[in-house]
Write a protein that binds this ligand. Sequence first.
Ligand code: SAM
Length: 306
Amino acid sequence: MIEKVVDIKLLDLIAFRYNLAQYSHLKRLTMYINPNWRILTVGDGDLSFSASLLNYYKPKKLTATIFDSHKVLNQKYGDEFFQVLQKQGCDVLTNFDVTNKNTWSHLKPQNYDLVIFQFPLIPAFSSKEDFQKQCKDVNHHISVNTLNRHLLRHFLVYSFRYFLDPKGENLCYITSKDVKPYREWDIENALLIGLKPSDMPINYLGQMKFDINNFPGYRIRNVDRDKHVKDTQGNTYVWSNKNYETLNEKLTIPDYINPDLSDKYCTYCRVGPFFSDQDKVEHSHSKRHKKMSEYEQQWLQSLNLV
Ligand SMILES: C[S@@+](CC[C@H](N)C(=O)[O-])C[C@H]1O[C@@H](n2cnc3c(N)ncnc32)[C@H](O)[C@@H]1O
């Protein structure tokens, strides 16, 4: 497998020289994966992402995890990729709930360079009682939006505290779609709010485009059904407690979260630039902004920060 971090021009040259037409898709590579990394995947639906990662990127080590049991995996999607991974000696852990430490007993702690969660989404509720049960730890004004933010906050905090090797690369990737309801989770700003940098010195580094064509065989799955989701454009958001020169070159920090431009954009709604105060005021009265402000308020309340 060709080194993925290779410069695009160099890749072109190699492909031309050796007539490697089959590698041309790598030119569109967006998610940065270094084959020297030890990678943990979380909530990997039918495991097709992990299988593609293993086959096309050959990381030094890969542990794939799914939330479902093997039986449920089989019922929902079949266990084709489970078998593929196991045959190649890759550890696959079932019943792995990233929010629940009791489900991680088979995972060697602090043993990874990168933890990836592709298209996270809480499972659907089976009933009203189920919804109320899931909300029991969280205070008033809860919504599905808040629950998804809690899932991602747990993912980041636990990854840095328990999964990532402090002497390793210390990276977390979340890939999500830039459409509603996912963009309403305010992924880039909201997830680490209220954590003391001394306890949890994680920084949001920026985003990369996610191009599914770079992961042959990967099918983005619905949480609960044997259907794969439309290949809508996604972004991979990146966190670390290190400063990363190699990675920084590949990341974008959009204007809407640039602190120097905060008076020109609405960070929550990813809207701007505003050309006048009038523009800004009009946006703040819009339905979209009011809804996002409500979600932000619910989030802060659930964290006891207001
Ligand atoms: C929209 S699906 C995406 C599945 C897969 N990552 C993909 O890209 O096809 C969301 C996934 O998040 C998983 N998930 C939800 N809550 C989880 C949790 N607490 N721990 C681990 N995975 C979880 C679900 O089981 C489901 O597979």
